[in-house]
Ligand binder design. Sequence first.
Ligand SMILES: [Zn+2]
Length: 172
Amino acid sequence: MRKESGKFGIGDKRGRCETSSDPYVQAEGLPEPTLCPGCQAVYRHKRWYLDAQAYEALARDAKVARQLCPACRKIKDGYAEGYVTLGGSYLWAHEAEIRNILRNEEAKAMAKNPLERIIRMDREGDELVIETTEEKLAEHLGRALNKAHQGDLKVVWTDDHAICRVSWQREK
Ligand SMILES: [Zn+2]
């Protein structure tokens, strides 16, 4: 699979910024610093990051701006850019382990970029459905799972690269 350019301010081949397609990212930016009361991320130098000490220190100042970060707003609204659908009897025989892998990968992704989060992870019939705030996290979860438990992985992007749909199956 071909890799697209990075998320942060690097234009893609159509000459636009990838993040501009994300309605939850404000083009005009935010005051700096801004605190997210949902996940305690801090916005500074034009990006959100997690730093518990910085958050605590800034939160003592009532004048510091507060606003939910894009990921917390997406979770609140149930707005997903990534969809992962898992299936097959192997999945249910290893459900706890697989859920752990997905949560661990989310934690690692979030440490690098707090906007990459799992919105929900629910069993729907014979499938485990995961929705993510960022399309790249869906691809990442699928690849990490497939690396640990080889199955049948498919990664499909919409033409504008705004939505990623991942499916993974394993029967035995
Ligand atoms: Zn947040």
